[in-house]
Design a protein around this ligand. Structure first.
Ligand SMILES: Cc1ncc(C[n+]2csc(CCOP(=O)(O)OP(=O)(O)O)c2C)c(N)n1
Ligand SMILES: [Mg+2]
Length: 278
């Protein structure tokens, strides 16, 4: 069964409730190990909900379907969000989420492509965009009509390989390629080190159709994804301004949000705060 074929109406409320379900999964997943890359996962939840429950042409029962659209998570450490999305979509069992980050788990803290639904190995930052360009070119040569969506981060915008890939994507005219640039304002120990702004203008100067939106605004995400379907010979970029910890104020307020360590009594607070969000 094919799901989420492009062209359907924009189901804002359904995507919001899917995003909340993803956040709920993530809080549960990290609870038993007391830590994880939770803030980034919560920040990117709205985008993944929009992709897996509206935009991507994919088949959860057959994640290796050759003509599927591909979603590449370049920031492997955001895996918690991908596991939640794949489970919610029915690609992996929801019960398996309890193994997040444990030895021998198929759901490690950084992605491995041996897990169903995962397109690339993440973790070594700066490699997703280049692989996405190769895949988009390959799918175009095969004439499958498949589109490639690649997420990468503001941290990765400080790596030369990212800009080489961006240049190549435009040079090849890959309008089946969509970059989802997660600008969450942090990189590891704190704020962004090298000034990367103005991101959207730089992407446009590199030949991409670039939009910039609030990455936690579901209606804006769906609109931008819809706009990115335009087959005009230029790759598409959506710059997402996301809030680390979005949906759980007690996490969003943390000064050090890159790797969150949690005291046992904080989990119930997180869960309550999430459910209290509209
Ligand atoms: C090539 C490479 N260099 C360094 C690291 C170590 N590292 C892991 S996450 C991270 C932060 C990068 O910033 P960003 O991708 O924006 O992540 P965020 O802090 O927003 O989660 C770094 C430097 C890495 N994984 N790969
Ligand atoms: Mg970042």
């Amino acid at each position: 069964m094919l799901r989420n074929a492009p062209g359907s109406d924009r189901p804002v409320d359904e995507i919001k409730s899917r995003a909340k379900a993803l956040r709920r999964h993530m809080i549960r997943m990290s609870r038993h190990i007391g830590q994880g890359y939770i803030a980034q996962g919560l920040g990117i939840a709205d985008v993944l909900a929009a992709l897996y429950f509206h935009e991507l042409r994919h088949d959860p029962a057959n994640p290796a379907w050759a003509e599927r659209d591909r979603f590449l998570l370049s920031t492997g450490h955001y895996s918690i969000a991908l596991w939640a999305a794949l489970a919610e979509a029915g690609v992996i069992p929801i019960d398996e989420l309890a193994s997040y980050g444990l030895d021998e788990s198929r759901l490690p803290m950084s992605t491995l492509d041996t897990t169903p639904g995962v397109e690339i190995i993440g973790g070594s930052l700066g490699h997703g965009p280049g692989q996405a360009v190769g895949m988009a070119l390959g799918q175009r040569l095969r004439g499958t009509g498949a589109r490639i969506f690649v997420e990468f981060s503001d941290g990765e915008l400080q790596e030369g390989s990212t800009w080489e890939a961006l240049m190549a994507g435009a040079s090849f005219g890959l309008d089946n390629l969509v970059a989802l640039v997660d600008c969450n304002g942090i990189q590891a120990d704190g704020a962004i080190v090298i000034d990367i702004e103005p991101v959207a203008a730089k992407l446009a100067a590199f030949g991409w159709d670039a939009a910039e939106i609030d990455g936690n605004d579901v209606a804006a995400i769906l609109d931008a994804l819809h706009e990115a379907r335009t087959p005009n010979g230029r790759p598409k970029a959506i710059v997402l301004r996301t809030l680390p910890g979005c949906g759980v104020p007690a996490i969003a307020r943390r000064e050090k949000a890159h790797f969150v360590r949690v005291e046992p009594d904080e989990w119930d607070v997180f869960a309550r705060e999430l459910e209290a969000q509209p």
